[in-house]
Design a protein around this ligand. Sequence first.
Ligand code: MLT
Length: 263
Amino acid sequence: MTSQQIELSSGTLHVEIQGSGSPILFVHGFPLDGRMWDAQVERFSQDFQTIVPDLRGFGKSGSVAPGEVLGMDRYADDLNELLDRLGVTEKICFCGLSMGGYVTWQFWKKYRDRLNSLVLCDTRAVADSDEAKENREKTAKMVEERGNDPLAEAMSPKLFAPQTPSDVLSQVGEMIREASVGGVAAASRGMATRPDVSDWLGEIDLPCLLVVGEHDAISSPAEMKEIAESISGSRFVEIPDAGHMSPMENPKAFNAALADFLS
Ligand code: MLT
C-alpha cells in the first residue's frame, strides 16, 4: 500500500493506492473519508489497482478555507487532477457512495473519456428540496459553532440498518468526528448547490452498477431503482442487512455484487 500526499494546483489530497491492474477509484460519502472502503480495498486490490482518496477537507487531505463552498464539480476537478498527477492513463471504474455518487455524475459529465464503468452506491440524482437546502446551511453553521460531535449524533440514526454491528457505527462516528469543520461546512453548502442530473441518466452509455442497502433511509431502494431504470443496460443490486453505508455494513454482499459486475 502506498499512502501519498499529492499536491494539486491548489491544495493537497491524500490518497491510498494498493494492488495493480485495472484502476478502481473509490470516492467516499459525506462527512467521511477513504477508510470507509477498507473492506473493498482488501478484496479488490488482489486483482485491481485500488485508488482511494480523501476528498478536499476530509481525512488526511488539505484543509478548506473558512466560508468556502465546494460544488460537486470541484471535487470532480480535484479527482481528475489527482489521476493526472498519479499518471493514471488507463480508463477507470469510478465507484462513489452518496456524496461520492454526486461527484460521480459530475465526473462523468466533465471527464467521461477517463471512464470505463460506473458504480453508484446509495446515492441520488435529484437536487435538494428547499427544505433540504436550508438544513444544509443549518448543518454548516452548527459544525462551525459547535464542532462535528452534534453532527455525528444527528447522522448516526439515519445511516444504518437496525442489525448493523456496533463496530461499524463506531468507525463511522470516528470518521465524522475527525473530519475538518471547514471541509464539512464547505461540502454541506456544496451539496445544496448541486443540480438535478435526472436528465443526464439517459445519456450514460457505460456499464453501470447501482447498489443500495435495503434499509437505506437517505437514498431509498425505490429511488435508486428508478435511477437504474433510466440508465440503459444498468444493473441494480439491493444489499440485504444494510442501510446507507452498504459497503461497510454488509461488505460480503457488496463485494460479491461488485466482483460480479467487474467480471
Ligand atoms: C452522504 O452519505 O454522502 C450523505 O448522506 C449525502 C447527503 O447528505 O445527501
